[in-house]
Design a protein around this ligand. Structure first.
Ligand SMILES: NC(=O)c1ccc[n+]([C@@H]2O[C@H](COP(=O)([O-])OP(=O)(O)OC[C@H]3O[C@@H](n4cnc5c(N)ncnc54)[C@H](OP(=O)(O)O)[C@@H]3O)[C@@H](O)[C@H]2O)c1
Length: 294
C-alpha cells in the first residue's frame, strides 16, 4: 500500500543502516526510515481489508522518512481512532519489542523486580512502562537524571545513574535479594554488573547493543548464579513463535487503543532535519521516541 506519511519515528537500527553497520545491507541510494503512521492513498491489487483514506501505522526496512512510502500491507495495523498519528508512529517497534521480551522471553510475573538498562531510550522506556503495567517493580538504569525522571514518571520505582554510581554496587544496595529479570538493549560495560545483580534462577534478556560493544560474559557467572541468559530478535520471534506474537500484539493494540500505554515523545524534527534527528539518536541523547514530521 501507498501511505501519506503524517509522522515517522527514529529507531536505533535506522542509524546503523545509514552507517552501513546493520546486519542487512540496503543498496544505495535509499531513503531511510523504518516506522511511520499516516493515511492510505492507494492499495495494490489483491490487498483486502483496508482502503484508501484509512489511517494505519507500521514498519518497513527503509523509506519512511518521506512524504509518501510504499510498504507491505501485512506490516501495517489500523490506527485506533483514540490516538493521533504522532502517537501511532512512535508506538510500534519499541513497545512491541519490549512487550514480546517481557511476556514471552522473560516471563515477567507480577511482584518481580525488573532492571531495565537504557531506560531513557525507546525500547528501555517502553520496557519500564510495560513492566510496571505487568505488575513488576522496575529499576531504571540510565546515564542522566533527565532520563531517570522520565522513567520514574512512566512507572519506574527506582533509578540508577550509571555515570554517577558503580552499577553493581547500586543494584546490590537497591535489590539485596537480587533482581528477577534484566532487559538489556545497551550491552557494553553495563551488561555484566546487571547480570551479576540477578537472584538465583533470574533471567537476563539481551535485546541490542546500542553502546556499540557486544559484551563477553564469563560463563562461570551463569553457572554460579544459576541464571538464564536469553535473546530476542524480532524477525526470528515472529517466525518461530507466531501464536505468542499474535496474542501479544492483540493485547498491546488494546492497551494503545484504551490509552493505557502511550509512547513518550522526547523530540520532533521536520523532514528537512532528519540528519539532525538521526545524530540525536546515534549519540544516545534521545529520551523516549524521536519523531520526523513531513
Ligand atoms: N532485538 C530486537 O528485535 C530489537 C528491536 C528493537 C531495537 N533493538 C536494539 O535495541 C537497542 C536500543 O534501541 P532503542 O531504539 O531503544 O535505542 P535508543 O532509543 O537510542 O536508546 C539506546 C540507549 O542506549 C544507551 N547507549 C549507551 N551508549 C550508547 C551509544 N554509544 N550510542 C547510543 N546509545 C547508547 C543510551 O542509554 P544511556 O542512558 O544508558 O546512555 C540510550 O538511551 C538498539 O541496539 C537496537 O538495535 C533490537
Amino acid at each position: 500500500m501507498r501511505v501519506r506519511v503524517k509522522a515517522a519515528a527514529v529507531n536505533f537500527p535506522d542509524v546503523l543502516i545509514v552507517a552501513d553497520q546493520y546486519q542487512l545491507k540496503v543498496p544505495l541510494p535509499f531513503v531511510p526510515g523504518s516506522e511511520f503512521a499516516g493515511e492510505v492513498t492507494e492499495v495494490a491489487e489483491g490487498v483486502t481489508g483496508v482502503a484508501p483514506g484509512e489511517r494505519v501505522f507500521g514498519s518497513t526496512l527503509v523509506g519512511a522518512f518521506a512524504e509518501e512510502v510504499v510498504a507491505s500491507a501485512g506490516a501495517m495495523t489500523r490506527s485506533p481512532a483514540s490516538v493521533d498519528d504522532r502517537t501511532a508512529a512512535a508506538f510500534g517497534v519499541a513497545h512491541r519489542t519490549a512487550y514480546h521480551v517481557l511476556k514471552s522471553v522473560a516471563w515477567l510475573q507480577p511482584g518481580e523486580d525488573l532492571v531495565v538498562l537504557g531506560a531513557g531510550g525507546g525500547v528501555g522506556l517502553a520496557a519500564v512502562q510495560l513492566g510496571d503495567l505487568l505488575g513488576a517493580r522496575v529499576v531504571a538504569v540510565a546515564s542522566s537524571s533527565e532520563k531517570l525522571e522520565v522513567a520514574k514518571s512512566l512507572g519506574a520505582a527506582l533509578g540508577v545513574n550509571h555515570r554517577e554510581r558503580d552499577l553493581r554496587e547500586a543494584l546490590r544496595e537497591l535489590l539485596p535479594e537480587g533482581a528477577d529479570v534484566v532487559v538489556d538493549p545497551v550491552g557494553g560495560r553495563l551488561s555484566e554488573p546487571s547480570l551479576r545483580s540477578l537472584c538465583w534462577g533470574g533471567r537476563f534478556v539481551t535485546v541490542g547493543y546500542a553502546s556499540g560493544e557486544i559484551p563477553k560474559i564469563p560463563l562461570n557467572l551463569v553457572l554460579l548464579k544459576g541464571v538464564h541468559v536469553l535473546g530476542f530478535q524480532f524477525r526470528d520471534f515472529a517466525a518461530h513463535a507466531p501464536e505468542d506474537l499474535r496474542r501479544n500484539e492483540e493485547e498491546l493494540i488494546k492497551l494503545l487503543a484504551e490509552r493505557r500505554v502511550l509512547p513518550y515523545i522526547g523530540a520532533a524534527y521536520p523532514l528537512g532535519e532528519t540528519s539532525v534527528a538521526l545524530r540525536h539518536v546515534a549519540d544516545g541523547k534521545a529520551v523516549g521516541k524521536v519523531l520526523i514530521e513531513p
